[in-house]
Design a protein around this ligand. Structure first.
Ligand code: WT7
Length: 665
């Protein structure tokens, strides 16, 4: 049994006795060293990796301005460390990857030897077709086993991968290809989702056309055959069927790993920010490698016999770090599945845990909330007794979901680690270390090694110095140190990197989240304080969605805010002003607006509610006061204070908008 003390849940003695770190004191000693002497701390860990050439300096840079380099002068290869190095350590016949496709029979096991062979063959096929070190290559691939294989193949030959989530539209895909200037893409003929065959190639083709219209010619599209008998059109001079390439005699089973500089780019991951266009976070080789390895080992208390299942999509950073790189760098067995948690039945995860004897399970609060609404028989019919640790990521976990997760999935026996981090971080930043100290439902707990979070008061003017908030006082969550996994820049936008992260609180990395710290030093994340929303764990910028709405000719103004949603965590509420000359019905326009967002960004960004308003609440300088709209959308109209109304040019609009608020169905 996990022991409960106030709101603190301690791990059982059995868990502690086998854990890597067994007390808070031990954790604190390590944390202190990681902050005071990072060179010794990270240098010691990095020695266990394979280096073609050792580094000359562990860290060089100025964390206050986001100028960071790790393992300076070192040469390594992350794919070599994920595969070859594991085989050298005797793990060749150990299962590296378990793939569960949507059709139950479509289940594949790859040992480390198998995976190395597949990766080398894909790498050789890409190389033969001209993919080179430093090339940006977009992977528009769903959750099929070829996705991690192609990522590792790129890493092996030094090509920089940019995985674009399959739920994004052709337009969103093209934006990302244009932003990183990728002239090559890997996609698939199709995939399974909830019993449907999805044609990914059609979106890929459309994105290439949009790129060409914008002046970027796509030279190569490599197509993975996920589906059999699913014919898609091929453009002969551009498209290459990878399955045919892989059959050629000249494609050998071995491909040497490129000697990469520690700071050579590994991948670009696009994410949303407060302003319109997506931001391409650039992650480099050695620091990311050492950080994902270390966080995986300690936060999931990873041991040789564990079977690890992270339910994220590899199209997001969680999947990069904790389905692919972190687990493989530890020589672990990692599980990936195709499709959705509720198809064919809502017991998909419980079935997979049972089938593969999963020991560590990592998912998101939105998934837990969706599954706890299902009949309890779906979970009770499966044997979950192999589980020993549970994880949560993506948003603060509400205590109700935490308790359900702990009881029904963890049988009151598994510690829960709530891991707070973000795309920019590369790996987890704040979490429980499960053998070392307890968890409090709703709190992400304490910083990982190398991470120094501070809660600062908001500044009203540029000259004000940074001031730390008191215990339990809410403020802006910032980071005062550099850890090896931190992004190095925003690809092609160094100024945006500077201005977006290092000027809000000069000298600190600004996370965009609000938080407070309690008397035990535990951090409680209260959510984004910028114009970023989190819909079912998908990070979106409200400005991107407003831009899409404004592209409709009948819309003259649009403001989008997030509001609490029982299952998704947050949903989107759009306030729009219609052109006076528009003749269409509101219902028709509403449908068209949803279609516009779906095609510009993707189905994940479609607002749940769209309200037509006559006027926006604007301050005297004409800026929309979103705080008021957020209160209306959240049905917290009573909390709109007089001081908020007094700054408005036309205070009467608030009542008018509030009266027409769209309620919950
Ligand atoms: C934002 C980052 C890398 C994690 C996946 C999402 C929110 C994430 C937690 C958590 C409270 C969380 C934050 C953060 N968030 N995990 N455990 N508790 N909030 O990465 O898409 O870059 O989103 O997700 O608001 O800033 P992302």
């Amino acid at each position: 049994m996990t022991e409960k003390r106030d709101d603190l849940y301690l791990p059982s003695r059995e868990f502690v006795e086998q854990a890597h770190i067994q007390s808070r004191a031990e954790y604190e000693r390590m944390w202190k060293q990681s902050i005071e002497d990072p060179d010794t701390f990270w240098g010691y860990i990095a020695k266990d990796f394979h280096w073609f050439k050792p580094w000359t300096q562990v860290y060089r840079g100025e964390p206050e301005i986001g100028d960071n380099e790790w393992f300076v002068g070192g040469k390594t290869n992350i794919c070599y460390n994920c595969l070859d190095a594991q085989i050298e350590k005797g793990r060749g016949d150990k299962v590296a990857l378990l793939f569960q496709g949507e059709p139950e029979a479509d289940c594949k096991r790859f040992t480390y030897n198998d995976l190395l062979k597949h990766v080398c063959r894909f790498a050789n096929a890409l190389k033969k077709n001209g993919v080179k070190k430093g090339d940006r290559i977009v992977l528009y691939l769903p959750m099929i086993w070829q996705l991690p294989v192609v990522m590792l193949a790129c890493a092996r030959i030094g090509a920089v991968h940019t995985v674009v989530f399959g739920g994004f539209s052709a337009e969103a895909l093209a934006d990302r290809m244009l932003a990183c200037g990728a002239k090559k893409m890997v996609t698939t003929n199709g995939y399974w989702r909830s019993g449907q065959k999805i044609n990914a190639k059609a979106n890929a083709d459309k994105a290439c056309m949009l790129c060409a219209n914008a002046g970027l010619t796509i030279d190569d599209v490599f197509v993975v055959d996920r589906m059999v008998d699913f014919e898609v059109p091929y453009i002969t001079y551009r498209d290459t069927a990878l399955s045919k390439e892989l059959m050629l005699d000249e494609i050998s089973d071995y491909c040497p790993a490129e000697k990469m500089d520690a700071e050579d780019p590994l991948f670009i991951m696009y994410t949303s920010g407060s302003t319109g266009s997506p931001k391409g976070t650039l992650h480099t080789t050695a620091g990311y490698m050492v950080y994902t390895y270390t966080t995986f080992k300690y936060i999931f208390d990873y041991k040789e016999d564990d079977i690890f299942f992270c339910t994220a999509d590899i199209g997001w950073i969680t999947g990069h770090s904790y389905i692919v790189y972190g687990p493989l760098l530890n020589g672990a067995t990692t599980v990936m599945y195709e499709s959705v948690p509720t198809y064919p039945e809502p017991d998909r995860f419980w079935h997979i845990i049972d089938k593969f004897k999963v020991t560590i399970f990592y998912t998101a609060p939105t998934v837990i909330r969706a599954l706890m609404n299902q009949d309890i028989q779906w979970i009770e019919k499966h044997d979950l007794s192999t589980l020993r640790l549970l994880g949560s990521v993506g948003e603060p976990i509400n205590p109700e979901a935490w308790h359900w997760y702990s009881h029904y999935v963890g049988h009151d026996r598994c510690p829960i680690v709530d891991t707070w981090w973000q795309t920019e971080a590369g790996g987890v930043l704040i979490s429980t270390i499960p053998g070392a100290f307890g968890s409090k439902p709703g709190s992400a707990a304490l910083p990982f090694f190398g991470v120094k979070p501070v809660v600062l008061r908001s500044r009203t003017s540029g000259d004000e110095p940074a001031v730390e908030a008191d215990v339990n006082e809410k403020g802006e969550l910032c980071l005062a140190s550099a850890w090896p996994g931190i992004m190095r820049t925003l690809y092609g936008e160094p100024e945006r990197h500077q201005n977006g992260y290092y000027t809000q609180q000069p000298g600190y990395f600004f996370t965009g989240d609000g938080a407070y710290k309690d008397v035990d030093g535990y951090f409680w994340i209260t959510g984004r304080i910028d114009d970023v929303v989190n819909i079912s764990g998908h990070r979106l910028g409200t400005v991107e969605i407003e831009d899409a709405l404004l592209s409709h000719p009948a819309i003259v103004e649009a403001a989008v805010v997030g509001y609490p949603h029982k299952v998704k965590g947050e949903d989107l509420y759009a306030f729009v002003i219609l052109d006076k000359n528009s003749k269409e019905s509101e219902e028709d326009i509403r449908k068209e607006l949803k279609a516009v967002v779906r095609s510009d960004i993707g189905p994940i960004a479609v607002p749940g509610k769209i309200q037509f308003v006559r006027e926006m609440p604007k301050n005297r300088s004409g800026k929309v006061v979103r705080r008021i709209l957020r209160k209306i959308a959240s049905n917290e109209i009573d909390e709109i204070s007089d001081s908020m109304i007094n700054i408005l040019a036309e205070p009467g609009v608030v009542d008018e908008i509030a009266q027409n608020r769209i309620g919950d169905k």
